[in-house]
Design a protein around this ligand. Structure first.
Ligand SMILES: Cc1cc2nc3c(=O)[nH]c(=O)nc-3n(C[C@H](O)[C@H](O)[C@H](O)COP(=O)(O)OP(=O)(O)OC[C@H]3O[C@@H](n4cnc5c(N)ncnc54)[C@H](O)[C@@H]3O)c2cc1C
Length: 405
């Protein structure tokens, strides 16, 4: 176990400075263009791949960094550059984490590298859990997985929605129900390999923010995948389902929830990146914009806004670093500290970007300045990876043990 420290070591500082350079020189200047285009910024993903920023090795190194701050630092810097491009670069990791959390060593070795491709031929991956009638209520998934024993294949049918990289991904990870009567305990995750017949993209969503990140429906129509595409393997699934049918407590880990739990602090760190970016623009603006014969920051009303913004950003970062350190060091999340970090960081990003717009006055409302984009981008952070209300539900249940609905 590594002691929790707020003092990043030389390795973490080197990674932070390297990513900050990429965010400042490559991501930030391209942010407005890709926001307008609402397309996946493939050239930027490729550039990140060439530098090793978009690679399995890089994320694995950060993910297993025992200090726990590897991933939060990386996310904060990339999203400080721009959240839409940041998500285009890091969206694959959600699917990779699903394989890491639920797959066997062989499955991890097979699928995780394919999700990223190579610098010459970059690929992305998608994690498909949400459905039109199953968003917050993950137990309501309708996508079915039926085992065809004669062929040792699983047959997947259903419609997924809101999938980041859905349809454009090389590898899709799909959460489906094997036994609907068991709710979330009857679910499992499957890899759908590249080029599998029956998987197609439905509508691509036109969004409020993070517009450089592709979000779409994924239709699964008689999709057949080999038996070895069931993450964790059939033996483990059968044992888990048997325990659940017997009504045993803890008779099966919910595949989707396990993935979300592992990724929440990282999502919080993305929100902090957006918040810090907007705060910096606002601080700079307040120091130079003159009204009534003095910089507007000399008004206590403006200065106090900036003080609150900075305080909340730093508080959010502390929660994210703690939760990330706990995850890496296998500490039990007895008070749902992962959810706490995502809740507070997401709400902070929305608050700070709104305040930044206010400090920039009319300019804040235009696309000449980046804070309106940052505000649009921030809004997703109280929605995806569990809404703020769902984070509160998880925290409230953890601290009370009560069956709060
Ligand atoms: C841009 C984007 C990218 C996404 N990427 C992915 C992805 O890659 N993969 C994936 O699987 N999903 C993804 N999602 C889906 C996302 O996780 C869901 O949108 C989210 O979980 C909320 O589900 P919902 O939209 O169905 O809202 P609903 O669950 O319908 O919620 C609607 C409102 O009701 C509230 N609510 C619901 N239940 C309760 C309750 N019990 N108590 C209090 N309030 C409640 C919610 O907080 C919310 O405010 C993405 C979504 C978006 C918009």
């Amino acid at each position: 176990m590594t002691t929790f420290s707020l003092d990043p070591g030389p390795d973490q500082i080197a990674v932070r400075d390297w990513l900050h350079g990429f965010a400042a020189d490559v991501i930030r200047p391209a942010a407005a263009e890709w926001d307008e285009r609402e397309e996946t910024p493939w050239p930027i993903i490729q550039e990140a791949a060439k530098l090793g920023i978009y690679s399995l090795d890089f994320y694995a190194q950060q993910f297993f960094d025992p200090s726990g701050v590897g991933i939060p630092i990386a996310m904060e810097e990339l999203f400080w550059g721009d959240a839409g491009i940041g998500l285009a670069i890091t969206g694959t990791t959600l699917a990779a984490v699903a394989v890491l959390a639920n797959g066997t060593d062989e499955q991890i070795g097979t699928w995780a590298p394919q999700m990223f491709g190579t610098p010459e031929d970059v690929k992305v991956a998608a994690f498909c859990s949400s459905e039109p009638d199953a968003g917050s209520d993950v137990s309501a998934l309708r996508t079915r997985a039926v085992y065809d024993q004669a062929k040792d294949e699983w047959v997947l049918n259903g419609t997924k929605t809101w999938a980041t990289n859905g349809g454009i991904a090389h590898v899709h990870v799909v959460v489906a129900t094997v036994d609907p009567e068991l709710g979330s305990r009857g679910q499992a995750s499957f890899v759908v390999p590249p080029g599998t017949a029956g998987l197609s993209q439905g509508q691509k969503f036109k969004k409020h923010g993070i517009r450089a990140s592709h979000t779409a429906e994924v239709v699964l129509d008689g999709v057949r995948v080999p038996g070895h595409c069931l993450l964790g393997g059939k033996e483990k699934l059968d044992a888990r389902l048997a325990r659940a049918r017997e009504g045993a407590k803890g008779g099966g880990k919910n595949a989707a929830m396990a993935t979300f739990e592992a990724s929440r602090p990282a999502v919080g760190a993305q929100a902090i990146g957006i918040a810090r970016a907007a705060y910096e623009v606002a601080l700079d603006y307040a120091g130079t914009r003159v009204q009534f014969g003095k910089p507007i920051i000399e008004n206590q009303g403006v200065a106090f806004q900036l003080a609150d913004m900075k305080t909340r950003i730093d508080a959010a970062r502390l929660l994210v670093w703690r939760a990330s350190w706990m995850a890496v060091n296998n500490k039990p999340f007895t008070s749902a500290e992962g959810s706490m970090s995502k809740l507070y960081a997401g709400e902070t990003a929305k608050y700070v970007t709104a305040q930044a717009m206010q400090i920039l006055g009319g300019n804040g409302y235009t696309r000449e300045y980046p804070v309106e984009r940052m505000h649009r981008d921030s809004a997703i952070y109280t929605v995806f990876e569990g809404t703020s209300e769902i984070q509160r539900l998880v925290i409230a249940r953890a601290i009370s043990g009560a069956p709060i609905r």
